[in-house]
Design a binder for this molecule. Structure first.
Ligand code: S3P
Length: 171
């Protein structure tokens, strides 16, 4: 493996776990949300959605994925909807990529994200729940490994990920 791609729903802790893993492996860390934001020139993901609509953000995700295509020794944390974008996901998939799904129940995500206003697709909890349900299969289908992170802090989740990678003989 020369690239670890973290997938999962909003609030699963992909970015925090990714940063911690990158420190542990001494690999580079990238976050597709951060990259999409930089490419947009906007100040927040809310601004991108509100000014230009979701599709514009999805296009930026494809550009972010493409920009990271050649990276090796990299931990890449993706936005929750990145997997729904085949073109974006294809850019990151290579024979040496491990896709790891950080799975957290919707009930826990709802608690974790209570009061958080940075995610346009979590403004309406009922819609977010539907979105969660509609994506579960895609997360599972892409996953080389699944780590259940209910009740785990990002740092504990990152330890669990290292164990799963070792058990799967991926590292
Ligand atoms: C989104 C998830 C967000 C961000 C954007 C859309 C989604 O990333 O990409 O708000 O469609 O699930 P996080 O998963 O890092 O919150």
């Amino acid at each position: 493996m020369d690239k670890l791609v973290l997938i999962g729903f909003m609030g699963a802790g992909k970015s925090a776990a990714g940063r911690s893993l990158a420190r542990e492996f001494a690999w580079k860390f990238f976050d597709t949300d951060t990259l999409a934001l930089v490419l947009s020139g906007e100040e927040s993901i809310n601004d991108i959605f509100d000014k230009y609509g979701e599709q514009h953000f999805r296009d930026l995700e494809v550009r972010a994925g493409t920009a990271l295509q050649q990276e090796t020794k990299a931990i890449i944390s993706t936005g929750g909807g990145f997997v729904m974008n085949t073109q974006a996901m294809q850019a990151l998939k290579s024979p040496n990529t491990c896709v790891l799904y950080i799975r957290v129940s919707f009930e826990e995500l709802q608690i974790r994200l209570r009061g958080n206003t940075t995610r346009p697709l979590f403004r309406d909890v009922d819609k977010a729940r539907e979105l969660y349900q509609s994506r579960l299969e895609t997360y599972q289908n892409y996953a080389d490994l699944i780590v259940d992170a209910d009740g785990f802090t990002p740092s504990e989740a990152s330890d669990k990920i290292v164990t799963a990678l070792k058990e799967g003989k991926i590292i």
